[in-house]
Design a binder for this molecule. Structure first.
Ligand SMILES: [Zn+2]
Ligand SMILES: [Zn+2]
Length: 346
């Protein structure tokens, strides 16, 4: 591929990411979640102070110097890189997800024989499939994220996501390509496994409610609160809602530099896994004005070398240390001691 066609290909990939209704970063989902977030903040001001004051609401959400931040520039580079290489990665993952699905389907068939007729209608089967595949995605996401915080060599790759010192919807793409591939295989395992089980149970190819191949339940999240998780909108879900769904504020806590918040709120949409595994931190109604990032003195965490090469070098060295020195180096100590101390002192 010559330079010209490479540039044309990259532009095509970026614009299809921006303008397809089912993409992770469509302008439509960005606009709808922004409108919702803005309306929620304006309504809260109206309730508290008797008037919405749109200018003050805008000031609470936008900082003048966002565009000049090195952190945002690094997010943009990783967004472009991820969007250009996405088709190749997704192609490989679809193959592996299908292989796992076929394996699980044939295993269940051999172990239990064909499943009997469930008596459910096509619509009911499609609805159940949509929910089960969404849950498979959610569990796969949580397991992947939990391991990336607990296993030292995985943390060195995932840390890049946490070095963002300002959160914008682009931060969603601030992941190392190897981190993305591991995530993809984790999802392929869970979604492929669930797909194979559904295929066996209903004796038909799995089919879910979707737009551009994306689960409709996941898109509902994306079009409402998904992008706000990486933003300045402090929108907390307190009480029982905060135990069920991860609000934007839940994920902002996940990025906090406060050691009390390390390794908390590891889920994607549902908070129930964090609730079950004791990693849930419900946000307060009042904005605590968190700071974000990973404290590493004297290091430029946003240079091209820091976002692409350093994570690989550090991850390889962490893995090497665990293999040749002692297995305890396999575990990431960040925040673990703090967690123990907090539990001891209630
Ligand atoms: Zn994380
Ligand atoms: Zn994040």
């Amino acid at each position: 591929m010559d330079l010209n066609s490479a540039i044309r290909f990259s532009i095509r990939q970026v614009s299809s990411e921006l303008f397809s209704a089912g993409s992770i970063f469509s302008v439509y989902s960005l606009a709808s979640s922004f409108a919702l977030g803005f309306a929620a903040l304006a309504y809260r001001r109206l309730r508290r102070r008797g008037r919405a004051n749109l200018r003050a609401t805008a000031r609470a959400v936008f900082s003048k110097n966002f565009a000049a931040r090195d952190s945002v520039h690094a997010d943009i580079k990783l967004f472009v890189l991820s969007v250009i290489f996405m088709p190749a990665v997704i192609g490989g993952l679809v193959v592996s997800s299908n292989t796992i699905a076929m394996g699980v389907h044939s295993l269940l068939g051999k172990a239990f024989g064909p499943a009997g007729d469930t008596g459910l209608s096509d619509l009911q089967i499609k609805a159940i499939t949509t929910v089960v595949l969404f849950l498979a995605y959610e569990i796969g996401y949580f397991v992947d994220h939990y391991l990336k915080h607990r296993v030292a060599f995985l943390w060195e790759l995932h840390k890049l996501h946490h070095t963002a010192d300002v959160l914008t919807p682009l931060t969603n793409f601030r992941n190392h390509p190897i981190d993305n591939v591991i995530f993809g295989y984790m999802l392929a395992t869970f979604i492929g496994g669930a797909s194979g089980a559904l295929h066996w149970l209903f004796n038909r190819q799995t089919e879910m409610f979707s737009v551009d191949g994306k689960n409709i339940l996941f898109l509902c999240f994306l079009w409402t609160i998904g992008h706000l998780q990486h933003s300045q909108f402090w929108i907390p879900f307190p009480g029982v809602w905060g135990r069920l769904i991860l609000s934007p504020a839940h994920h902002q806590i996940h990025h906090s530099t406060d050691p009390r918040h390390f390794n908390r709120n590891l889920g994607s949409v549902l908070a129930v896994w964090d609730w079950m595994f004791g990693t849930l931190e419900i946000p307060t109604e009042k904005n605590p004005r968190l700071t974000y990032g990973v404290d590493e003195k004297g290091v430029n965490q946003h240079s091209s070398a820091s976002i692409l090469l350093t994570p690989v070098a550090k991850s390889a060295s962490a893995l090497w240390r665990a293999l040749v020195s002692a297995p305890q180096f396999l575990f990431n100590a960040r925040g673990v001691a703090v967690g123990r101390m907090l539990r001891r002192h209630g």
